[in-house]
Design a protein around this ligand. Structure first.
Ligand code: URA
Length: 226
């Protein structure tokens, strides 16, 4: 049997003007915050972690799912991996308020019987939750999306090829440039300069696509120790 092709991507709706984007995202947030489509997650979560940043963003980062810190604070990427993501965004000459950050799953995956730890979202949870992210992207319509890790790529593109094969290669999400790269949690586990450099090269490709300036100093990040 040939492999199943990824699902066809529906076109984006016509873009909204800035004020209409603000209103549409605010309305969507209210609906998402009341979501109970996954009863187990709705009862275990502290809060729905909808997304953070500006609706006018040209760049969007998509991660996997909230962890304990995010569940508590209601904001994506605020724990250790989030601190690294914030530094990565800063290295690009941007701040968190210049971009939009969201996850495939809006609720922290539950871990019944455990007091700590995280787990990967199930395929069913991803399929149930992904319409929220599709609608966030419909509204924001960034010029580029950075998919952080294998789950983000799988959720957005239906591709399970493996992040080390996909990273660094532009993909298309409904006509938007999508760059797969390693999740910051991977870089926390593997601090080799060569791995940091790979992610940095992926982010520089995104900067070039967005026509952001890249200084000679930025071009050399993590090079000397490779
Ligand atoms: N990891 C993710 O993928 N998302 C978060 O919001 C935090 C950690």
């Amino acid at each position: 049997m040939p492999p199943t092709p990824p699902p066809a991507q529906p076109p984006l709706p016509p873009p909204l003007d800035p004020a209409a984007k603000e209103a549409a995202l605010a309305e969507l947030r209210v609906k998402a915050l009341a979501c109970t489509r996954c009863p187990n997650l709705a009862s275990s979560r502290t809060t729905v972690v909808f997304g953070v940043g500006t609706v006018q963003a040209r760049l969007m980062f998509v991660g996997e799912a909230p962890g304990a810190d995010e569940d508590e604070q209601g904001e994506p990427f605020v724990g250790k991996a989030g601190e690294l993501l914030t530094r990565m965004i800063g290295a690009m000459g941007l701040s968190r308020s210049d971009v939009y950050i969201a996850n495939i799953l809006k609720c922290r995956p539950d871990t019944p019987g455990q007091t700590s730890g995280n787990r990967k979202p199930t395929t069913d949870e991803m399929a149930t939750c992904i319409p929220w992210l599709h609608q966030q992207i419909d509204i924001i319509q960034p010029s580029a999306i950075v998919a952080l890790g294998a789950t983000a790529v799988e959720g957005l593109l239906g591709k399970t090829l493996g992040i080390s094969k996909l990273r660094g290669n532009w993909q298309q999400y409904r006509g938007i440039h999508l760059m797969p790269t390693y999740h910051p949690a991977y870089l926390l586990r593997n601090q080799a300069p060569s791995e940091k450099r790979k992610v940095w090269e992926d982010l520089m490709a995104v900067m070039e696509h967005l026509e952001l300036p890249i200084s000679a100093k930025q071009r050399g990040y993590f090079l000397s120790k490779v």
